[in-house]
Design a protein. Structure first.
Length: 212
């Protein structure tokens, strides 16, 4: 196989799952304690930085089964957590800008990882290439796409999340599109419109797991 990407071993996957679960728990605790003096995630910017670290690590999970389902599961987990928590912070102008930037990164991540041959080293989606004369490798290598059930859950998360963000902003006029790439991939939608008109008036002022 030209990219030489391999599925995680049982040991590697266990280490990665333990670490990701601990980081998700730490981010959740940070959000819940965001108003306390000793909070480590008191601002949306810091929360999204924590989420970005998780996103980057999740996208390092190789696209070879059974690792593919693990990657999708954690992407759904992260999408749900951010959508549920972001509106717990004040909708300042800077927070809106930071959130939109992060949502664009997430959109690209979902689009790329919906490609069966997501290459975690290059950060791109491409077809997996297996030498035609290596029939044993052809039989062993499998990279499953995002399932219909997972697509349905993702679509529900995106639609519900955008409604929540619009309520958070309290805006109704000029809009920009978010998740246009992912929604088009999910079913021909042109993207979701997140309202941004008069933002200033509506907002308050401003361990390496892949080694044995």
């Amino acid at each position: 196989m030209s990219s030489n990407i391999k599925a995680l071993s049982v040991k590697q996957e266990r280490k990665l799952v333990d670490y990701l679960d601990a980081q998700f728990l730490n981010m959740t605790r940070g959000y819940k304690k965001r108003s306390e003096p000793t909070a480590h995630l008191p601002t949306l910017q810091l929360y999204l930085e924590s989420a970005s670290t998780l996103l980057g690590l999740i996208l390092q999970i190789p696209p070879i089964d059974p690792s593919t389902s693990l990657r999708t599961s954690y992407l759904l987990h992260l999408t749900n957590d951010v959508f549920s928590s972001a509106t717990g912070y004040a909708p300042s102008v800077q927070n809106v800008v930071d959130l939109v930037d992060w949502l664009d990164d997430l959109d690209q991540a979902w689009l790329a990882s919906s490609t069966p041959g997501w290459n975690p080293r290059e950060g791109t989606g491409k077809d997996l290439v297996v030498d035609a004369d290596d029939m044993e490798l052809v039989r062993r290598v499998k990279s499953s796409p995002v399932s219909e059930t997972e697509k349905t859950r993702l679509r529900s998360l995106l639609l519900g999340g955008m409604e929540t963000f619009e309520e958070w902003l309290g805006l109704e006029e000029e809009a920009f599109q978010v998740f246009a790439r992912t929604m088009d991939e999910l079913g021909g939608f042109s993207g979701l419109r997140l309202e941004t008109a008069s933002v200033k008036e509506s907002c308050t002022p401003a361990t390496d797991f892949f080694e044995e």
